[in-house]
Design a protein around this ligand. Structure first.
Ligand code: DGL
Length: 276
């Protein structure tokens, strides 16, 4: 590989970002991708701002040390709690020509185009909900849109423990869907604002009334990255294109490989890394 060129970094606290990576490689297959799941410190969704920021920054530094000029935080919690600080405070001293992008902005840019009632529900981790990032960002693009949020703290553990398709998941999926719809019965669009939630899609559809659309972020983020690379040739030219995919975790490799295939759709080989 040309030493000047490097893969796109894709980051999540654990496995969820693989649902985003899967869509990104469908849209942009030629590029090389380096995935990192910070499984040893996941979940992030219940942690404080300070902790999520510190953990995410460690991982961004690791990507930069691997040479990645562009890192996507394929994690809503990290995007909500760490992205702005990294972009505004850290990037200038770390690597001013590198870029770190998140998943919230591209999603909020399009959400107003798909709702007919003007009422949308955001399903997310506690951390993303308490950050207020979605209502704040949506207000910028679509003032007047009614945004209702629901924290679903059990959904990530259900997915992480491979219980998302089992009967135990029914109770918690229904509980949070009922709760968000009770906030306004004319919500016609719900956004899965956590990259783990697409694995619960079948159950979510099962417990939602007909006519309510469910939006996952993978495709939105992939299309947004496509557009970004078209608008930023200076970044595009720094990216390697041999079609390689590498997977790293901060925790046990065997667990990661077994679990990751659920999220990514095919078996993968992983490498364990240590963050300094
Ligand atoms: N996948 C992460 C997100 O999109 C949440 C998982 C976690 O809590 O670590 O918010």
């Amino acid at each position: 590989m040309n030493k000047q060129l490097a893969p796109i970094g894709i980051f999540d606290s654990g496995y969820g970002g693989l649902t985003v990576l899967k869509k990104i490689v469908e849209v942009l297959p030629a590029y090389d991708y380096l995935y990192l799941g910070d499984n040893a410190r996941a979940p992030y969704g219940t942690r404080s701002f300070e902790t999520v920021y510190r953990y995410t920054l460690d991982c961004v530094k690791w990507f930069f040390a691997q040479g990645c000029p562009l890192v996507i935080l394929a994690c809503n919690t990290a995007s909500a709690k760490a992205l702005r600080s990294i972009q505004q405070q850290d990037l200038a001293s770390l690597a001013p020509s590198n870029r770190v992008l998140g998943v919230i902005r591209p999603t909020t840019e399009m959400i107003g185009t798909v709702t007919r009632s003007g009422k949308v529900g955001i399903l997310a981790t506690k951390g993303t909900v308490s950050s207020g990032s979605y209502p704040i960002e949506i207000e910028k693009f679509y003032p007047g849109l009614a945004v209702y949020q629901e924290a679903c703290p059990m959904w990530v553990p259900l997915v992480e423990n491979n219980e998302h398709a089992g009967p135990g998941a029914d109770y918690f999926v229904k509980k949070h869907l009922d709760s968000i719809l009770a906030k306004d019965h004319s919500i016609d669009t719900v956004l899965l604002a956590c990259t783990h939630y697409p694995l619960l899609l079948e159950k979510i559809r099962q417990f939602l009334p007909d006519g309510i659309q469910v939006i996952s972020q993978g495709e939105i983020v992939a299309n947004s990255l496509f557009n970004y690379l078209q608008r930023h040739p200076e970044m595009e030219q720094r990216l390697s294109k041999t079609g390689s995919r590498s997977f790293c975790t901060t925790d046990d490799i065997a667990d990661f490989e077994q679990h990751a295939s659920l999220f990514y759709g095919t078996t993968i080989k992983a490498e364990k890394i240590t963050l300094t």
